[in-house]
Design a binder for this molecule. Sequence first.
Ligand code: PDD
Length: 278
Amino acid sequence: MIAYWNGRYLPKDEIAVSPDDRGFLFADGIYDVVRAYEGRLFETRAHLDRLGRGARALRFKETDFLYLADVAGRLIEENKLAAGEATVYFQVTRGAAPRTHCFPPPETGLTVYAAARPFAPHREDIENGINILLLSDPRWARCDIKTVGLTANVLANQTARESQARESVFVRDGAVLEGTHTNFFAVFAGRVVTPPLTNYILGGITRRVVLGICREHGIPFGEEPIFEADLERADELMIVGTTTEVTPVVRIHGRPFRSGAPGPVAVRLQKALREMTR
Ligand code: PDD
């Protein structure tokens, strides 16, 4: 597999990360994941704009990351991923320099990595729905930045796996926020609701696309807090993201939610999203 490493295209296993890299030492970096459908990248610009916003939030050296769209295209080509489905992963760190908590010397270059790989979505989950856990959110207060500091997400996702659940959804002060790698949606009396953009969730690209679908299809929607106690009144729940698309939630902590089957709004959103991506 050919990957991109600081301006060069190299066999992935020839890439060696410095032990001084601040991504390695401090998780001082950001990342993003883009889907490719039959070689066509979906919403690349939005993902790279988010990477740029993350870089500014972390006060990285001023950089325009839009060139990574061409990098992604070349990785798809070089790795013969133009037929079928793939993901492209981007990661940027503050670079490699002797360890200090403050920023490294100004001449330190950012470390930029990108790699493409085949991706098979969990079709069964998307069709039949999944079991989730609701877990107290132990993360820091800048969940809007897509940093590689994902330990809390890793632990929560592993807890889900060990409980025969597919995803854990974080709850802070009673508010249901987002999953370990997904945004959260609910349907109340035909109205689609997702938590508002705050520092406690990632501004998901799929979230935005789904809200756009609601607007276009005349489905009522709102960006409002969802409290755990509100879930009793919800007709449908979903998680959405680049890798999960629109996945219905049909069980919580193993207990069936409503009928235990995907609801009509989820199915409608899935169909509309599929039409946009295929
Ligand atoms: N995760 N919330 C969190 C915490 C995420 O990590 C992600 C994406 C999302 C959904 O965002 P988007 O629709 O832009 O993919 C929400 C990626 C896919 C990952 O970590 O692999």
